[in-house]
Ligand binder design. Structure first.
Ligand SMILES: [Zn+2]
Length: 438
C-alpha cells in the first residue's frame, strides 16, 4: 500500500473509532467492538465477542500459528476516560482531523494503538504469513475502571490466555528528552494502594468549638500524611532504566558517571522532587484526591473522610504501607485500604525484549531501549501476575509535554506519530510472528 493511502486509512479508522463514545463509566464498548468486528470481517478474519453485560463488550480474533498453544497476544482497550465537552476546544468525540492531528478522547490512550495493533494484525493475514504460534488480537473494555468486565472476564472465558507466551500492550513510548531519544518498554507497573482516613467526632453548633471535631482530626492527620514523603528507593529495573539514560546522555540536564553519584547530588535530588515522573518511579507516592465532610457551615460534623490515591513500588507490601500510614496519621483517625492491585515485574532479559529493541533500532537508529516502570495501572498486570512476560510499548516518539496529554484536555496525536506507531507496530508484530516461544 502506498504510504499516502495507508495514512488516509489509518487516520480515518482512528477518527471513526474516536467518534464512538466509549467513556467509562459507563463504558458502552459494544459499538467499538462491532466496528472492529466489521474491519476484521472485511478481511475474512473471524472474531469472537465476549459481552459480560451488554452493552459492555470485548473482542478477540486469532491468526492460526504453525503450532498450537502459547499464543502471542496483542492487547488493547477500547474504553476511554470521560471528557467534558464544554472545556475542550474540539468535540472530544468528534474525531476531528485538523492541522496534522487527530483530536479526541482516546487519541493517545489508547485508540491509536488499538488501530495500529489491528492494522499490523490484519497486515500479517494479508501477507499470508503463518506465525509460529497463534497471534491473538484482543480489545477489551472496562480497562479504565477495574477491568472486571474486560480483561478479567475474557481471561476466565478464554483459558488459553493464561498460557500466553507474550503480551504487547500500552504503557510506554519512545521518549524525546532534550533532544535525547530513548525507547521505554514498560515491564512493570506500580501497585495501586488507595486508602481512606476516617475520623469520628462529636457534633455541635459551629458557634461553640470543642476539642472533638472530626474535621480537625482529618485535617491534622492528612497534613501529616501528605508532608511525609517515602524515601527514594530505586528498584532494580528503575536502576537499569536510569543508568541507561545516564549512559545515553543525561537526565533533566544533569550528567553523572553513575546513578549512585546522581542519588547523592543535592541538585539532582531537588530536581527529582519537582519532576512528577521521576519522583513517581523512585518512591511510593500518596496523592490526596477526595475530601468528604460536613452538611452545613454552622454544624460540626460527626464524621469526616479523606481519600488518597497511593501507588507503591512493585516490591512493596500493601499491609506494611498501610501500617506505616497509620503510624504517620496518628491515633485520631483510622486508615482503611480501599483499592489495591498486585503487579509483578516481567523479566526483560528475554527474546521479546531483544526483538522489540532491534525493531526500534531498525527504524530509529542506535538509540537506547530501556525497561521502564509505568506509574498507572494497565490490563497487563493480569498477565504479569501469572508470570507471562507482558510489555507496554507503543513505538511513537513523544516529548514529556506530549505525554502529559494522555487523560487531559484536547487529547490528540499527530498524523506523523500515528504513522510512526503503525510502522513500528508492524515491525514488532512481524518479528513476534517469527519467534518461537522458549
Ligand atoms: Zn490505557
Amino acid at each position: 500500500m502506498k504510504s499516502a493511502d495507508a495514512s488516509r486509512l489509518v487516520v480515518r479508522a482512528l477518527s471513526d473509532l474516536i467518534k464512538i463514545d466509549t467513556s467509562n463509566p459507563p463504558g458502552k464498548e459494544d459499538k467499538a467492538v462491532r466496528f472492529i468486528e466489521a474491519m476484521l470481517k472485511k478481511e475474512g478474519i473471524e472474531s469472537q465477542i465476549y459481552s459480560p453485560q451488554p452493552p459492555r463488550a470485548n473482542i478477540l480474533a486469532r491468526l492460526k500459528g504453525k503450532k498450537p498453544g502459547k499464543p502471542v497476544v496483542l492487547l488493547g482497550h477500547t474504553d476511554v476516560v470521560p471528557a467534558r465537552k464544554d472545556v475542550w476546544l474540539v468535540p472530544p468525540f468528534g474525531g476531528v482531523v485538523k492541522d496534522g492531528f487527530v483530536y479526541g478522547r482516546g487519541a493517545i490512550d489508547m485508540k491509536s494503538q488499538v488501530i495500529c495493533l489491528l492494522f499490523a494484525f490484519i497486515g500479517l493475514h494479508r501477507q499470508g504469513i503463518t506465525p509460529n504460534r497463534d497471534i491473538i488480537f484482543l480489545a477489551t473494555g472496562d480497562e479504565e475502571t477495574a477491568g472486571e468486565l474486560g480483561i478479567a472476564y475474557v481471561m476466565e472465558k478464554v483459558n488459553e490466555l493464561k498460557s500466553a507466551s507474550f503480551v504487547l500492550s500500552e504503557g510506554s513510548t519512545i521518549s524525546e528528552d532534550d533532544g535525547f531519544l530513548h525507547a521505554q518498554v514498560a515491564v512493570a507497573e506500580k501497585k495501586v494502594c488507595q486508602f481512606m482516613l476516617k475520623a469520628k467526632g462529636t457534633g455541635g453548633h459551629g458557634s461553640m468549638p470543642h476539642g472533638d471535631n472530626a474535621n480537625d482530626k482529618i485535617i491534622r492527620a492528612a497534613a501529616r500524611v501528605i508532608s511525609t514523603k517515602a524515601p527514594l528507593r530505586p528498584i532494580g529495573l528503575v536502576r537499569r532504566y536510569l543508568t541507561g539514560m545516564l549512559r545515553g546522555g543525561k537526565i533533566g540536564g544533569f550528567r553523572f558517571a553513575s546513578l549512585k553519584e546522581a542519588l547523592v547530588d543535592k541538585r539532582f535530588l531537588a530536581y527529582v522532587e519537582g519532576d512528577p515522573h521521576l519522583n513517581a518511579i523512585l518512591r511510593d507516592t500518596v496523592t490526596s484526591t477526595m475530601l468528604e465532610s460536613g452538611e452545613k457551615v454552622n454544624v460540626i460534623p460527626t464524621e469526616a473522610t479523606a481519600q488518597f490515591d497511593a501507588r507503591i513500588l512493585p516490591d512493596a507490601s500493601h499491609d506494611a504501607f498501610i501500617r506505616r500510614v497509620q503510624k504517620i496519621a496518628g491515633p485520631e483517625v483510622e486508615v482503611v485500604l480501599t483499592g489495591r492491585t498486585d503487579s509483578a515485574v516481567s523479566p526483560y532479559d528475554t527474546p521479546y525484549f531483544r526483538e522489540i529493541a532491534s525493531a526500534v533500532r531498525s527504524l530509529k537508529g542506535d538509540i537506547p531501549v530501556l525497561p521502564s516502570l509505568t506509574t498507572g495501572a494497565t490490563d497487563l498486570r493480569h498477565f504479569r501476575n501469572l508470570g507471562i512476560p507482558a510489555y507496554g510499548f507503543f513505538p511513537i516518539t513523544m516529548t514529556k509535554e506530549e505525554q502529559k496529554g494522555m487523560h487531559g484536555l484536547n487529547e490528540r496525536i499527530s498524523v506523523a506519530n500515528l504513522m510512526e506507531g503503525l510502522a513500528g507496530t508492524e515491525e514488532i508484530v512481524s518479528r513476534l510472528a517469527a519467534l518461537t516461544p522458549p
